[in-house]
Design a protein around this ligand. Sequence first.
Ligand SMILES: [Fe+2]
Length: 301
Amino acid sequence: MTHLVHAVGHLKLNVTDSDAVIRDATEILGLHVTRREGGQTWLSSNGREAELVLLQSDENATHTIGLEALTPEAVREAESRIESVGCKIISREPSLACIAHGVTFSTPEGLRFEIHTPVRDSIYGRRHATTGVGPNRMDHINLMTPDPAATRRQLEVIGGLRLAERLVDDSLNWMYGGNRQHHILGLVKGKTGLHHYSFEFLEFNQYLRLGDTLDRFDKQMIWGPGRHRPGDNTYAYYTDASGAMIECAGSMAFVADDANFEANVITQLERPGNVRVMNVWGTPAPLEWRTHHFPFTSVID
Ligand SMILES: [Fe+2]
């Protein structure tokens, strides 16, 4: 069981104005609400019961990053490794009613993860009426950590994630799991938090619809569209009412030959030389994107 973690499971956010974030998620991105009760809202882009979970709160902050493992045995194996790398188990029970097994833990860097069995999914109920763009699935999360090497080590040991690519100064690491897409997690060096979370677009014309839809809400893309070199996915980014940044990403490169794969190390960090290293095409990343930070709620007691 090399890759205990298969894919992104879900993302929980604390938000001060659930109605405003739900409006952006449904009317711009095109998610639908699957459950709303007791200050908790589940949203999904497909037949899964929850991909984005909003918790009504007095702060806008990341609550937990959910990582999907395929079996209860994989969850329990991950659980057995948590304390060996200095992380702390918070709960051995699943956090959501749509998950059968889960373990939640915090890291010394102030991140909180839940490794859990797949969210209940209706694969023949993927489509729903929406005026938003309508992505395919939540596909990756770029977190922020003050110590990317420590976070990378924890994820390797606990979840069996592997490094796909990194900048030589560790300011960005991309990690892959069992589904082999180039990254399901990005590790960005900085104050603990979230840089962006991403939903997958299946067609390029969805970027046109995204831009036009954002305009109707007097908003704009922060960056894109373009195509990243790491991951080879197309992208566009915008922020929602909570201040979180959302990427709409095209399909990624896959690491099929896992046995012979060696992580790429990007050594060209300075502009203008690194512009082509980081981007196949599109404009260089603007300052607003490079300095974006969405906090993580306090998880260390
Ligand atoms: Fe991304």
